[in-house]
Design a protein around this ligand. Structure first.
Ligand code: 26V
Length: 799
């Protein structure tokens, strides 16, 4: 460990020599990077050990955030900044002739998640540690993260993401904590012990790799535990070893690259049980090292289930209590129900997990028995308390039509169920899960999502941070509500001017990146209008493209019609098998190729698709945005978190009243965002009435007709068949996400944005108001609410 710049330099030199047998002067940049990463990890050791000891000695309650996904992003800068060593290390390296940014750029971004759900988990870990709260992550150590997106001729192709190929010096293998996880086999009644036992099981070893999660300006250092599968000592005797070892390897090989559909693969169920069983076993063992029995388990641990993916934790803890520690069913159930809390992240029915009973029973025979018994008793409970039990049971059964409904199991087996934005929680309570909400009126609660303002503002937007520092100081780093102090300066012409300079600087950085990677020159004085998120029909990237097509066609038709120059930027990965999503990507790139090069429009309109959008790119993109596109069909986006990142960096939201946009709108007011489109109630009514017809709108709106007709033409430099699938979705499947219904209102909102942008003073004011009001969306606030209202945990006290 080092405490001064000189010590750092000395240890760095020694580190390079020790690790690579070469003096610093002859070492390669990648070698310097590996040494710096390792040194930074070592630097966390003392606080890491102290935290464990304090939590133990204080007998504190801890939370365990169980999630299939953690999209951590790069850790080097974040950890050095959080620990307060960044400047020292930067200067030390500079003395040695090394630019820290060159090393920072060598770190791979571990893409161990799909999108918002995984990134939320990562923001939560940062806020837990930074709030000095004892809270850890539990997940899978995937060998390959989400695929890398490589664009070929405007189409997405996927290549494996080898995130550990250079190094991963953050993790520590903890062999002593390994456990076995059992699959397949049979359950038999053992006369001698008077118990059910799981025989002929295939054992797979789970080995934990721990990563320290360092908080900002606190000694508290938590743990992200990632489980890796290995060959067990108890190898199955009835199976060929090569076959077995392949099965072992594939468990942790790939992250499922789909956040929209239930993949229905046995392997995914195996992954779920693997990390959940290992995680629960490890917590139980740790508990028993400190306490005589498991009676107080729920007083010392809460397990937060990030969506339904880890919900097998419920029957697994039941199994452990009943089979391994001889608890009576009701006592065990009471402990389990007071331990588990569940977060719902979507109401899209295609994403609600259900597992066929025959798969579950074969793969996890004893766990399935637990689920059956939970279902039997839960059914009895409903019959007892509900007025119209058969009707209610139709909506709440855990096992129904030979499928296990994971969300239902989650609600029945936990003490808290939360949605992730106010509108989303209301939909859960009033419609999607209303029967459950009647059964358990006190279980449901809202926790509006947040983002860590450290990574998403303080560390990724240094010019803005500096401006804030000069204006309102830095108290907001510890207390993000303090950003509100900026309200006193929103009309200050000097601050407005400085803000516009900061924004321009970040736009220049992004423009340089685009020039290098897309070969397109974009004008930093144009409006940077950005939509970055997973590609999905309900997020309506297609509506954005339709607007662009309309602007293009109008300019071509009418020499009088000219717009304020705008650069539309997209970033999005499509699930590899999601045909429609991939076609929308191709449409974006094709439209871009035409409008970017058309002499009539190229000075007004640019369309850019940035390849391989992820956390690291987002850190460059968010600060450069003028306009944030949050245009999902109302009622479909549970929360969104990109919307918060844009707002915090001073972009205006063009959005529907969906997810957290509702709360953004409420905070900044009508004047400081551009809301458009049907409300959630109107959307429901449109679906319910059955009168919606996309053909009617098509025939009544010339603009829409022309835009849609172009999809079956060669206008975008492709065959006229290229976008037939997109056309079909809108016209012959009657536009499921109501793009045509919202088109006119969207065009008007965009026109309003254009007018606002022309008035630079007004515009700067809007941006500053957005920043000032964004403190609410810090995940420190969210985590504070989870800690107080769900988890009942306290900050770690130094002994
Ligand atoms: C489902 C599945 C099904 C099987 C294949 C892999 C997979 C992966 C994820 C999911 C669940 C998707 C739910 C989700 O990501 N929800 C998003 O959660 C964000 C954080 O709360 C929220 O901001 C977004 O609005 C919401 O879409």
């Amino acid at each position: 460990m080092f405490t001064s710049k000189e010590e750092f330099k000395e240890q760095f030199r020694k580190g390079v020599l020790d690790s690579y047998g070469r003096p610093l002067e002859e070492s390669h940049m990648t070698e310097q990077f590996v040494v710096l990463e390792r040194m930074t990890r070592v630097q966390t050791s003392k606080n890491w050990a102290d935290t464990k000891k304090c939590v133990h000695d204080n007998e504190q309650k801890e939370v365990h955030y169980f999630s299939m996904e953690f999209l951590m992003g790069r850790l080097l800068t974040n950890n050095l900044m959080n620990m307060g060593y960044y400047e020292m290390v930067k200067e030390g390296l500079a003395d040695l002739g090394i630019n820290i940014h060159d090393l920072e750029d060598l770190e791979r971004d571990p893409g161990l998640g799909n999108g918002g759900l995984g990134r939320l988990a990562a923001c939560f870990l940062d806020s837990l540690a930074s709030s000095s709260l004892p809270g850890h992550g539990n997940t899978i150590r995937y060998q390959f993260g989400l695929f890398k997106q490589k664009m070929v001729d405007g189409y997405q192709t996927e290549i494996p993401d080898q995130w550990m190929s250079l190094t991963n010096k953050w993790e520590i293998r903890k062999s002593k904590h390994m456990v076995d996880v059992k699959f397949w086999g049979r359950v038999v009644w053992d006369e001698q012990t008077g118990k059910f036992t799981h025989v002929d099981a295939e054992c797979i070893r789970a080995v934990p790799y721990d990563i320290p999660i360092v908080g900002n300006d606190t000694f508290v250092t938590n743990t992200l535990r990632m489980w890796s599968s290995e060959v067990s000592d108890n190898i199955p005797t009835n199976k060929d070893f090569r076959q077995y070892s392949q099965e072992v390897n594939e468990i942790c090989q790939n992250l499922y690259p789909d956040d929209s559909t239930q993949a229905g693969r046995v392997l995914r169920l195996k992954q779920q049980y693997f990390f959940v069983s290992a995680g629960v076993q490890a917590i139980v063992k740790a508990h028993l090292r400190q306490y005589p029995n498991l009676d107080n388990f729920h007083e010392k641990h809460t397990i937060q289930l990030n969506d339904t993916h880890p919900v097998l934790a419920i029957p697994e803890l039941m199994r452990i209590l009943v089979d391994e520690y001889d608890y009576e069913w009701l006592d065990a159930w009471s402990i389990v129900k007071q331990t588990m809390a569940y977060t719902n992240h979507t109401i899209l029915s295609e994403a609600l997990e259900k597992w066929p009973v025959d798969i579950m029973r074969a793969l996890l025979p004893r766990v399935y028995m637990m689920i059956e018994e939970i279902n039997r008793r839960f059914t009895g409970f409903v019959k007892e308390v509900a007025d119209n039990p058969e009707e209610v049971l139709n909506h709440v059964r855990i096992i129904k039509d030979d499928q296990v409904h994971m969300a239902h199991l989650a609600i029945a087996g936990s003490y808290s169920v939360n949605g992730v934005a106010r509108i989303h929680t209301n939909i859960l309570i009033n419609s999607e899960m209303k029967h459950f909400a009647t059964l358990y009126p006190n279980k449901f609660n809202n926790k509006t999502n947040g983002i860590t303002h450290r990574r998403w503002l303080a560390y990724s937007n240094l010019p803005l941070r500096n401006l804030l520092k000069e204006t309102i100081g830095e108290e907001w780093i510890h207390n993000p509500d303090k950003l509100e102090d900026l309200m006193a300066f929103v009309d200050d012409p000097k601050i407005q001017e400085q803000f516009l300079d900061v924004k321009k600087q970040k736009k220049e950085e992004l423009a340089a990146y685009i020039k290098e990677h897309n070969g397109v020159e974009v004008d930093v004085n144009s409006i940077f209008d950005i939509q970055v998120k997973r590609l999905h029909a309900y997020k309506r990237q297609l509506l954005n493209v339709m607007h662009i097509i309309y602007l293009y066609q109008e300019m071509k038709r009418n020499p009088e019609f000219r717009i304020y120059p705008r650069t539309f930027i997209f970033g999005a990965k499509a699930a590899p098998a999601y045909f429609f999503a991939k076609k929308v990507i191709k449409l974006i790139t094709s439209v871009g190729d035409v409008v970017n090069n058309d002499p009539v429009t190229k000075d007004y309109l640019k369309v850019i698709f940035v390849e391989n959008y992820g956390v690291t790119l987002a850190e460059m993109i968010m600060p450069a945005a003028d306009v944030s596109e949050q245009i999902s069909t109302a009622g479909k986006e549970a929360s969104g978190t990109g919307n918060m990142k844009f707002m915090m960096n001073g972009a205006i939201t063009v959005g529907t009243l969906d997810g957290a946009n509702v709360e953004i709108h409420e905070l900044v007011g009508d004047d400081n965002c551009a809301i458009f489109g049907l409300t959630e109630e109107q959307v429901q009514e449109t679906y319910r009435s059955g009168t919606y017809s996309s053909w009617d709108i098509y025939h009544n709106d010339f603009r829409i007709k022309t835009v849609i007709d172009s999809l079956l033409s060669t206008e975008w430099g492709t065959s006229s068949e290229e976008f037939r699938g997109v056309f079909e979705e809108l016209m012959n499947h009657n536009d499921q996400y109501l793009l045509l219904a919202d088109f006119d209102s969207y065009v008007k909102a965009q026109k309003r944005v254009e007018e606002l942008y022309k008035d630079r003073t007004k515009w700067a004011r809007i941006c500053l108001v957005n920043i000032a009001k964004s403190g609410y969306f810090s995940s420190d606030r969210t985590i504070g609410q989870y800690a107080k209202e769900i988890w009942h945990i306290e900050p770690v006290k130094k002994l």
